[in-house]
Design a protein around this ligand. Structure first.
Ligand SMILES: [Mn+2]
Length: 306
């Protein structure tokens, strides 16, 4: 029998549970999903034969309430274990197979669970700490540069290569550190990021929304880096809004402000200082119609899905 793990595709907190499973030499399948894909994926999954799986883990993803209803009524219910740290997921702590702790990250919660069953080398303690420091924004206050560098390496490598590289590194059992080659890659990448942030900053538009002042930029990559830097550079702003037409809206702040209020207004969610919201298909259509006045929409994603 094998296990199944479903985790978040977007960052090192999402992919690191896969690395941990590999280190345990477990037989398993994995699926990396984005937040807006999880409902449809879980609906399909719960309609398939899950008897081939021993355990089904869900990490670093908020599972919608409707899916919990299905799991609870499923004969496979006892196979599920959920580990997450998103505030919007706290409602699910009432289920005994769900662990939510907003002071941890998906990886550290899953690691604590695995440690009750498997033995890990000390470098995995170090690694998972870095993941947590990056994921719940502790790296700056703890001056954990390595945490930030891991996030950058993830951007450079992409998910599969990152998983493979970190797995090989951790398997060796040496003190967790980056090598010369990785440092060179980071140097080149940092240069690229700096130039990108300058460009975003130059085009920033300031708005007032819900009583708060926000610097709004169009930004498709390096979200946490851009959000972070612009928050620091612009103390006069309450928060930074990053719009990625194909990926959604992200909100960041370094102030003591709960941005989930704004995210939820826009059908989104996440953490107090880092959250987001989707961009509706109709909004994109409106934008296109606004640019190409008088145009006719012949085909779009929403229609072809039906
Ligand atoms: Mn996370």
């Amino acid at each position: 029998m094998k296990d199944l793990i479903i985790s978040h595709v977007a960052d090192i907190d999402g992919v690191s549970p896969i690395i941990l499973m590999k280190l345990c030499k477990l037989k398993f399948d994995y699926e990396l999903k984005d937040i807006d894909e999880i409902e449809e994926y879980m609906n399909d999954l719960l309609n398939t034969d899950l008897s081939i799986y021993n355990n089904i883990y869900i990490t670093d993803l908020t599972v919608p309430e409707s899916i919990y209803e299905k799991i609870n009524n499923s004969s496979y219910k006892n196979k599920f274990k959920v580990f997450d740290h998103h505030k919007t997921h706290l409602f699910a702590t009432k289920f005994d197979y769900v662990t939510i702790d907003i002071n941890e990250c998906g990886t550290t919660l899953f690691y604590k669970y695995l440690k009750t069953k498997f033995k890990f080398k000390k470098n995995v303690d170090e690694y998972t700490d870095h993941v947590k420091n990056l994921d719940i924004w502790l790296w700056q206050e703890k001056n954990d540069i390595l945490a930030k560098e891991l996030g950058d390496l993830f951007t450079i490598y992409g998910k599969e290569k990152y998983i493979e590289e970190m797995y090989l590194k951790l398997k060796k059992g040496k003190k967790f550190n980056l090598d010369k080659f990785e440092n060179k890659l980071l140097e080149i990448e940092q240069d690229r990021i700096d130039r990108y942030i300058l460009k975003c900053e130059k085009d920033m538009i300031v708005i007032k929304y819900n009583g708060l002042k926000s610097g709004l930029i169009f930004c498709e990559k390096y979200k946490s880096e851009v959000g972070n830097r612009l928050s620091v550079n612009h103390p006069e702003l309450d928060f930074i809004t990053m719009i990625n037409l194909s990926g959604g809206i992200s909100f960041r702040t370094d102030k003591d402000i709960d941005l989930t209020v704004i995210a939820e207004k826009l059908n989104g969610g996440g953490h107090k200082k880092a959250c987001g919201a989707p961009i509706e298909e109709s909004t994109k259509i409106e934008l296109i119609k606004n640019i190409f006045k008088g145009c006719e929409i012949l085909d779009n994603k929403e229609n072809s899905n039906r």
